[in-house]
Design a binder for this molecule. Structure first.
Ligand code: SF4
Ligand code: SF4
Length: 110
């Protein structure tokens, strides 16, 4: 499943450079996927909405593979000083699905 950032985030920015999928963005920042730029509550290509935040760092679910294909553990959760990168129970995905997502992102260039 994708990882999400909770309201406990203190905006330290430690997680963003650790993400191998560039899935993490600063609050209010536009996000991109496959060369297309999106903003605010634009739906993702797979139809995901509601992950954007103006106040805290946020994760684009279409781009989060839970670090599958790169690392043993979610890197954002590893570095977060307040443990606010948590599993998103509303976005359950098995390992095979996450690997397919990684391949999809590989093809798009992220
Ligand atoms: S779990 Fe990995 S892929 Fe997902 S947002 Fe965190 S660092 Fe990025
Ligand atoms: S590492 Fe944690 S506290 Fe820092 S910006 Fe990322 S989610 Fe927020």
């Amino acid at each position: 499943m994708a990882i999400k950032i909770t309201s406990e985030c203190i905006n330290c920015g430690a997680c963003e450079p650790e993400c191998p999928n560039t899935a993490i963005y600063e609050g209010g920042a536009k996000w991109s996927l496959g060369g297309s730029e999106y903003s605010g509550n634009d739906a993702s290509p797979s139809g995901e909405k509601g992950f954007f935040s103006n106040e805290i760092f946020y994760i684009v679910p279409d781009k989060c593979t839970e670090c599958v294909g790169f690392h043993e553990k979610p890197q954002c959760a590893e570095v977060c000083p307040v443990d606010c990168c948590v599993r998103d129970e509303d976005r359950e995905e098995d390992k095979e699905t996450l690997l397919k997502k990684k391949e999809y992102l590989d093809g798009l260039g992220r």
